[in-house]
Ligand binder design. Structure first.
Ligand SMILES: [Zn+2]
Length: 380
């Protein structure tokens, strides 16, 4: 009995590890609520260095979408691997590993899966293969363009992520319908292999019962893998490498196949900025909170790493492009920027506050204690 128990614990551990989702810096994980509305994961506040999110245990509710601020930080002269933005109060982790390359220094652009390589060196990890492919096209166009044309291209790059022409709502509805069958199959295998069979085996602990249990679960897992393969090929025909990799893992281990739905949806909306995605998924209150977090960080950035004069100029230009695109996206989505920048209420006796984290101070002070280098605002 002890060996069987070890096996069962092992299967559950493999499944539990599948539930963990890494949310990188400047990314937001959106998950479908159990009702008809969507809501955010706990992921975004305090997300200076990324965080681990645990997905819903029941496969039917495992519809999660990961979106990220633009992977490339573009200016008219160079490209950097991050914008130096960091949504949490302290800003730790921001721009510590910033690498910038001038367009005229770019000799080769390659990718391996979702990782983008410039001149043979690993440059940035995109969320999805498609995002890496699009990044290469953007950089090739920027390299070939004149400086004047580049300003237009850079603006267009941020605009397409922040205020996409495509209807995200319709996309999500289609994705929801397309994954319905897979979610039902995964939920079936979860109930069968991880709940029902272990209970039955506890009552009828014969060796052949265990054999039937394992064999049927593996076959059920293969059925899910086949459904995953066909659906993934239909939805993302150009992401072959990722599809084969996931399929192999699923085929060898049925608890991994139970989490197949997550593998379809997680990176499906990687081309959109969280501000574009949140508009469709979040309720008005959560959406405003998310917009405030992103907007105040753009407006009052914290800087922990010392950067060269050139890198600082690059970052400022990038941020200005991003601010401009974000401002028009917010206005188009009915968000008042003035409201985002104003604290809802202030304690009596407050003389100044931090415009980034809204910490209130009863005595006058020049900078915020939590946000390095951010000047406080006096209350008039
Ligand atoms: Zn502050």
């Amino acid at each position: 009995m002890r060996d069987e128990l070890t096996l069962l614990v092992l299967l559950w551990c493999i499944y539990a590890s599948e539930l963990g989702i890494w949310v990188p810096m400047r990314a937001v994980l959106f998950r479908k609520g159990q009702g008809r509305t969507f809501r955010t994961a706990e992921g975004f506040p305090g997300n200076a260095k990324g965080c681990l999110h645990w997905n819903h245990i029941f496969p039917y509710f495992q519809q999660v979408y990961l979106t990220q601020q633009a992977p490339l930080a573009l200016s008219t002269k160079a490209v950097a691997n991050q914008t130096g933005q960091s949504w949490a109060g302290s800003g730790k982790g921001s721009s510590a590993n910033l690498t910038a390359i001038r367009y005229d220094q770019i000799e080769s652009l390659k990718r391996d899966g979702s990782i983008l390589f410039i001149n043979g060196k690993r440059f940035v990890d995109c969320l999805a293969e498609m995002e890496a492919k699009e990044s290469i096209c953007t950089l090739e166009a920027l390299k070939a363009a004149t400086e004047e044309k580049r300003a237009e291209l850079v603006g267009g790059y941020y605009k397409s992520r922040l205020s996409p022409d495509k209807d995200i709502n319709e996309h999500l509805g289609n994705l929801n319908k397309a994954t319905q069958k897979l979610r039902i199959l995964c939920s079936g295998l979860f109930l069968y292999a991880l709940v029902l069979c272990p209970i039955l085996y506890a009552y009828y602990p014969a060796p052949h019962t265990l054999l039937y249990y394992l064999l049927s679960s593996v076959l059920f897992g293969w059925l899910i893998s086949a459904e995953y393969f066909l659906l993934h090929r239909k939805l993302f025909p150009k992401e072959g490498a990722k599809r084969v990799q996931t399929l192999l893992k699923q085929s060898f281990c049925f608890p991994i196949a139970i989490g197949a739905c997550k593998d379809i949806t997680l990176k499906a909306k990687a081309a959109f900025d969280p501000i574009a995605m949140g508009k469709v998924i979040l309720n008005a209150e959560s959406y405003e909170d998310l917009c405030r977090l992103i907007w105040l960080d753009l407006k009052y950035p914290t800087q922990t790493a010392m950067l060269s004069v050139e890198a600082t100029a690059h970052q400022e230009e990038t941020r200005n492009h991003l601010i401009e695109a974000t401002r028009s996206a917010l206005e188009a989505n009915g968000i008042s920027i003035e409201k985002l920048e104003t604290p809802a209420s202030l304690d009596p006796g407050t003389v100044c506050f931090c415009p980034r984290c809204f910490s209130e101070y009863q005595k006058e002070r020049a900078t915020c204690t939590d946000c390095s280098g951010i000047s406080t605002k006096a209350i008039s």
